[in-house]
Design a protein around this ligand. Structure first.
Ligand code: FMN
Length: 161
C-alpha cells in the first residue's frame, strides 16, 4: 500500500492541525498515512515512505529551526529519497509574513533530495503548498486535505506502481 509520511513542527498547534488534515487527505487518496512530530520521525520513516509532506510554522520568513534541523539530519539518507513525492505546508502569523518563502525553502530541500514536488494550480489550494494564517480555517483545511490526497495519488502512480 502507498505510504505517505507527514512530519511537522508546531509550537502552538496551528501547523499540527494542518498536519492532521494533510494526513486525512492522504487517507482519502487511498494511502496509509503516518503522522509524526519532527522529534518522533526517524530516518527509516523517511526512507520507508512513498510520499513525504513536511510542515513547519513560518519563523522570520522561513521554516522553523526545529524543522530545518530535522531536514539537516536527513542528509544521512541522501540518495535514498530520490523520486519520492514531496509537498509542504506552513502556518504564519501574517498573510504576507513569509509563508510562501517558507514553502519554497522546504521544497528546495526536497529537490536536493531528488524528490518530485506536488503543487496546486487552482485557487482552492496553495500554488507552492498549503498555507494557513494562524489556526487553519475551513478553506485552509480543505487545501491541506487536497494536498495530502494529491500526494497520495501521485505517489501511487509514480512510486508504488
Ligand atoms: C520565533 C517566531 C518567529 C516568527 N516569525 C514569523 C514571521 O516571520 N512571519 C509570520 O507571518 N509569522 C511569524 N511567526 C508567527 C508564527 O508563524 C505563527 O504564530 C504560526 O501560526 C505558529 O504556528 P504553530 O501554532 O504551528 O506553532 C513567528 C513566531 C515565532 C515564535
Amino acid at each position: 500500500m502507498t505510504k505517505v509520511l507527514v512530519v511537522y513542527h508546531s509550537r502552538s498547534g496551528n501547523t499540527a492541525k494542518m498536519a492532521a488534515a494533510v494526513a486525512e487527505g492522504a487517507r482519502n487518496g487511498g494511502a496509509e498515512a503516518v503522522l509524526k512530530k519532527f522529534e518522533e520521525a526517524t530516518l527509516e520513516d523517511l526512507t520507508g515512505a512513498d510520499g513525504i509532506v513536511l510542515g513547519a510554522p513560518t519563523y522570520f520568513g522561513t521554516l522553523s529551526g526545529e524543522m530545518k534541523g530535522f531536514i539537516d539530519r536527513s542528509v544521512r539518507v541522501r540518495g535514498r529519497l530520490e523520486d519520492k513525492i514531496g509537498a509542504a505546508f506552513t502556518s504564519s502569523g501574517s498573510p504576507t509574513g513569509g509563508n510562501e518563502t517558507t514553502l519554497i525553502s522546504i521544497i528546495e530541500a526536497m529537490l536536493i533530495h531528488g524528490m518530485v514536488i506536488v503543487g496546486d494550480p487552482l485557487e482552492t489550494g496553495g500554488h507552492y503548498g498549503a498555507v494557513a494564517v494562524g489556526a487553519p480555517d475551513a478553506s485552509a483545511l480543505i487545501a491541506c486535505r487536497k494536498l495530502g490526497e494529491r500526494v497520495a495519488r501521485f505517489a501511487k502512480v509514480v512510486v508504488t506502481a
